[in-house]
Design a protein around this ligand. Sequence first.
Ligand code: ADP
Ligand code: ASP
Ligand code: MG
Length: 401
Amino acid sequence: MLIVQKFGGTSVGDLERIANVAKRVAKTRDEGHDVIVVVSAMSGETNKLIEYAHFFSKTPDREAMDLLLSSGERVTSALLSIALNEMGYPATAMTGRQAGIYTDTTHTSARIDHIDPKPMGNALSSGKIVVVAGFQGINQDGRVTTLGRGGSDLTAVAIAGAMGADLCEIYTDVDGVYTTDPRIEPKAKKMDQISYDEMLELASLGAKVLQNRSVELAKKMGVNLVTRSSFNDNPGTLITKEENIMEKPLVSGIALDKNQSRISLKGVEDRPGIASEIFNALADEAINVDMIVQTIGADGKTEIDFTVPQSEIERVKTVMEKFNSSIGEIEYKEDVAKVSIVGVGMKSHSGVAAKAFTTMAKEGINIEMISTSEIKVSMIIDEKYSELAVRALHEAYELDK
Ligand code: ADP
Ligand code: ASP
Ligand code: MG
C-alpha cells in the first residue's frame, strides 16, 4: 500500500516528538508500505513568524509572507528526514517546489493547480521515504506560495489524490473528530465516522481539526481520510461518503470560530450597484467575506453588515476608505464569534434551528446575525459568550449522550 501520513504542529512540536514521529513512520515502513510523510511547522512557529512580520507592517506584502511562512515546514521536513536516515530508513526531504506542487498565484491562500507525480514517484521507486514540507507550493512565476492556515492537511490530501494513495492519515493532538472541540466541552464524544459533507461544514465553520479545503478535495478525489492521534494507537475517525454511515443523527456537531469580526455599514446609499461596488473592492484585495446581511432600506439609506476573518480587518479598513462619500458611518466590531450546529439530519426535520435560538435565549445570549443552509445553522454572537454557547448547544442537542 501507499500511505500518506501527515503530522501537525503539536506532533512535531519538539525534537523528542519528531523522533517519535520517525518511529511511527519507520513502523509503517516495516509493515511493508510505501510512505509519503507531510509535516507542519513546529507548533507556534507559524504564529511567531507572522508576529515578526507584524513588527514591521500591519498589512505585510503577501508574497514576502509566503516566503517567510514556508520556512517553518522546511525545518521539520529536513529534521524528520535526518532522523529517519540515522535510524537506517532512507528518506528524502522535499519543499513544495521540489515535490512538484503547483498552485495559483493567490499568495497566502493559494489553491493547488496540479501535482507532478514524478519527483515523489522516483524517490519512492528508489526505496525512499518521502518527507514533504506541508502548506506550500510554487506558482507559475516560480514564486513560493502557501495554502492558508492549516494548509498542511491540504498538502497531504492533494498528494494522496495525485499519487493514488490507499490511505491518508492526519495525525494530530486529539483522538479524532469530536462532536465539538474537546478543549471547550470535555463531554464531547469522539465520532467513529463522519460524512465528507458534515466534516466540510464543521471545518469551514471553525473546527480546525481538519482544514476545510482538504475535506473538499478528499471528497472530490475519493481519498480515504482518517484523523487520529499521534500520541496513542486509538483508531481515530474515518471521513467517508454519507451512504456508508448507518446512523444519521439530527445534529452531528457544534463548531466555533472566534476568528470573526463584524463590520456594520450604516446610512449606505440605497441604489443599484452599491453592494457590487463594496464587495468587488473587497474581493479585489482577496478579502474573504463570510456572512452578509442587508436590511430593508428607508429614506434612500440602508444598512449592510458583514463578517470577515479578524486577521483581515486592517485591510478592510483600507478598502472602506474609498467609500467615505456613500456610507454614513462604519462600525468595526472585532470581538464576535460564530457558533454553528451541523448535521445532515436537518435536511428532513423541522425545528432544529428554532431550538438553537431558544437555547441562546435561555442563556441570555444575543444573536447578532444568523445564516442557514441545508445542513447548518450559524449565529454571530459576542465573543465572550463563545464557550457558554457551545456547551449549551451541545447539551440541548444531547450530543453527550
Ligand atoms: P494540527 O496542528 O495537528 O494540525 P490543529 O490544532 O490544527 O492540529 O487541530 C487539532 C485541534 O482541533 C484540537 O486540538 C482541537 O482543540 C481542535 N478542534 C476543534 N474542533 C474539533 C472537533 N470537533 N474535534 C476534534 N478537535 C477539534
Ligand atoms: N503551519 C501552518 C499553520 O499553522 C500550516 C499547518 O500547520 O497546517 O497554519
Ligand atoms: Mg491543523
